[in-house]
Design a protein around this ligand. Structure first.
Ligand SMILES: NC(=O)c1ccc[n+]([C@@H]2O[C@H](COP(=O)([O-])OP(=O)(O)OC[C@H]3O[C@@H](n4cnc5c(N)ncnc54)[C@H](O)[C@@H]3O)[C@@H](O)[C@H]2O)c1
Length: 346
């Protein structure tokens, strides 16, 4: 199925492109390269010259996106293209709302107008567990019907876009031209493709696993734990880490199994939480380096514990995480980052 992958030059988007290409699909990656990289696009073009192409454009450029959809007869859009840092969104919320919502509406206009007004048939959106904020008692592990109450502008951009998408799907239903809409709320995504072709290269990097690996490889002198007095067994926050290849498998399944006319939301996480200390211990085990860790105060807005209840995605999409051992997840990240000390610029 010809698929448009927005944010395809980013961390998760590039892994999604790779998975779709392996499955034999035609893939068009679209990215403005603000945070993404040309190198994975070149690598994928080289590996799949007849199936893959890259469009350098903004998702909000309706004309360029419509042209790409029409030219490549795109039926499915996977929308990864967004700004994705909580802290940055607190500092500059308008930038986040403009990029993740206003530009996203530009993309939806293209999805609506393409194919002589018939529009595309399937839309899969990268939402986030950040839409849940700090879940109320009794809601951890987090099911999809947990109240959505974000604690950051970033989380709100994801929640608002979910609402916009649902309204759009309702319009298409009313016009007797329904769409298959899937919203995937990811927990923390980690690791790299196990062939070593693609990796995680964020600037700035704020995710715990790559930051810890940077400390292990000497790229940073040390790293910090924000808060060691949380009501958890070791005092640090607990999160659910899903391997990026398992995550993109959820997209492939959603593309196959969510039917035209359906609107579905699924959480994507392994269903098990690891504390910050457990992650750092894993990085130390995998790397063999005992790097310095500073314990500092809590950071505003960090939920105590967030991990998924995977019941719905297992039952509906038949999805289950294949890589759940934290050392295995960390090893894939470590191997790529050690071999690419300057990311894709190496
Ligand atoms: N990484 C995680 O743990 C995580 C967790 C939950 C949700 N998500 C979501 O998954 C998606 C991908 O995240 P990622 O970690 O790969 O981030 P990333 O920054 O590596 O990738 C995002 C890509 O989108 C591109 N982009 C941003 N705005 C754009 C625009 N207006 N037009 C065109 N391209 C644009 C960037 O250049 C970048 O290549 C994001 O939507 C993010 O919110 C990520």
């Amino acid at each position: 199925m010809p698929t448009l992958v927005t944010g395809g030059a980013g961390y998760i988007g590039s892994h999604a492109c790779q998975r779709l290409l392996r499955d034999g699909h035609q893939v068009i990656a679209l990215d403005n390269l603000f945070r993404g990289h040309r190198a994975p696009m070149d690598l994928l073009s080289h590996a799949y010259p007849r199936q893959f192409s890259f469009v350098h454009a903004d998702v909000g450029d309706t004309e360029a996106v419509t042209a790409a959809i029409n030219e490549h007869e795109i039926d499915t859009v996977m929308h990864f293209g967004a700004l994705a840092y909580v802290g940055e969104s607190v500092e500059d919320p308008l930038w986040y709302y403009r990029n993740n919502i206003a530009m996203g509406i530009g993309l939806l206009d293209a999805c609506d107008q393409a194919h002589d007004g018939r529009g595309i048939s399937r839309f899969i959106f990268s939402s986030s567990c950040a839409t849940y904020g700090d879940p109320p008692e009794g809601m951890i592990p987090v099911p999809e019907n947990c109240p959505q109450s974000p604690t950051s502008p970033y989380g709100y951009t994801k929640l608002h876009f979910e609402h916009i998408l649902k309204d759009y799907a309702t319009k298409r239903q009313r016009e007797d031209n329904p769409i298959a809409l899937t919203m995937l709320r990811y927990f923390n995504v980690a690791g790299s493709d196990r062939t070593g072709m693609l990796g995680e290269d964020h600037t700035p990097e704020t995710h715990l696993i790559p930051v810890g690996i940077d400390a292990a490889t000497g790229k940073r002198d040390s790293m910090s734990i924000f808060g060691t007095d949380y009501p958890t067994p070791d005092g640090t926050c607990i999160r659910d880490y899903v391997h990026v290849e398992d995550l993109v498998d959820a997209h492939a399944r959603a593309m196959e199994r969510v039917q035209i006319g359906e609107v579905q939301a699924f959480n994507v996480g392994i269903g098990k939480g690891y504390s910050v200390r457990e992650i750092l211990d894993s990085i130390k085990r995998v790397s063999g380096v005992d790097f310095a860790v500073h314990e500092t105060d809590r950071r505003a807005g960090d939920a105590i514990a967030l991990y998924n209840d995977p019941t719905k995605i297992k039952a509906t999409l038949g999805w289950d995480a294949q890589i759940t051992d934290i050392d295995e997840i960390v090893t894939t990240a470590y191997t790529w980052l050690k071999g690419h000390p300057n990311g894709y610029a190496t």
